[in-house]
Design a protein around this ligand. Structure first.
Ligand code: 13P
Ligand code: SF4
Length: 301
């Protein structure tokens, strides 16, 4: 009798499929994947794989980005209802209205956005490259940044700019408070505090570094610190612990769970491979326009 992991390995071969997983996925899903990473690393990886099928273990916009970048490949998401509430906080129509109110402004979207929103934008960014990409805009250019007010505010602060921000936010990262950080510093004196740039300003200010999930993994490998406080979704702890035996990682609070990231299970991954479902497709016109913003980003960073 095959175990579920053996079944997944066999189906991957039979289907000529590669499995990509975000750093927030369940530990066992990360273990079953061929590659685990942050949004930027996964978008890049999606352009580099030879396999005809990509199974994307993450939330919908991530699989959609892979589908936009690979129109000739089959992109599957095990749980089609695994959305990102932040991505759904602005529609294409709302962005068109905002652009009409600011004619001449450049529109930039966080990758956590729908294909329809990306199609309206000049540039896309991830938390891993936002500072580098946004630094290339001229000082006099008016910039609309959607949907995450916190990442937008963070980069504007780093670059000494003001952006027109959409009031979107991540409900999971919203659950971190500056007091959580103060309490954790008292409990673990000297441990550096990492938070995701999706956290509110007072939380970023209370932390030592605001980093993408890939940036946190890099920091942990390079750092001399033996204890690190982690202010993001707790799925990342699996990778941090695995890559850094001997170091200890503390979640900043116990509520850091993205329910949508946790929808994918070994069973739903197996079913996706077995039944070749659910296929993620993007209408051609939207995909072509969204690809411009994503490729503009990939060309820079
Ligand atoms: P990263 O690109 O840092 O992995 O972040 C994705 C995300 O959804 C954070 O909530
Ligand atoms: Fe979206 Fe937040 Fe979940 Fe990231 S953690 S996928 S931003 S809801």
């Amino acid at each position: 009798m095959e175990t579920i992991l053996e079944e997944i390995a066999r189906l991957k071969k039979e289907r000529n499929a590669v499995v990509l997983a975000h750093n927030y996925q369940r530990a066992e899903v990360q273990e079953a994947a061929d590659f685990t990473g942050d949004s930027l690393e996964l978008a890049r990886k999606a352009t580099q794989v030879d396999a005809g099928t990509i199974v994307f273990c993450g939330v919908y916009f991530m699989a959609e980005t892979a589908a936009i970048l690979n129109p000739a490949k089959t992109v599957l998401i095990p749980n089609a209802d695994a959305g990102c509430p932040m991505a759904d906080m602005i529609t294409g129509a709302e962005l068109r209205e905002l652009k009409a109110a600011h004619p001449g402004a450049k529109a930039v979207c966080y990758v956590n956005s729908t294909a329809e929103v990306k199609a309206e934008c000049d540039m896309c960014v991830t938390s891993g490259n936002a500072e580098k990409v946004m630094a290339l805009f001229g000082k006099d250019e008016e910039i609309i940044f959607v949907p995450d007010q916190h990442l937008g505010g963070h980069v504007a602060g780093l670059l000494g700019r003001k952006y027109i921000l959409w009031p979107g936010y991540c409900p999971t990262h919203q659950a971190i408070t500056a007091k959580n950080i103060a309490d954790m510093r008292t409990a673990h004196p000297g441990a550096p505090v990492l938070v995701h740039p999706e956290c509110a300003k007072e939380v970023r200010d209370a932390a030592d570094f605001a980093l993408s999930t890939g940036g946190m993994c890099h920091f942990a490998r390079q750092s001399e610190a033996r204890e690190i406080i982690v202010g993001t979704e707790t799925g990342i702890l699996h990778r941090l612990c695995k890559e850094n035996p001997g170091k200890v990682f503390y979640p900043v609070n116990e509520r850091m769970i993205c329910p949508n990231m946790k929808k994918t299970t070994l069973e739903s991954l197996r079913d996706a491979l077995r039944d070749m479902k659910t296929r993620v497709t993007v209408p051609e016109d939207i995909a072509r326009r969204a690809a411009r913003a994503i490729n503009a980003m990939l060309a820079i960073a």
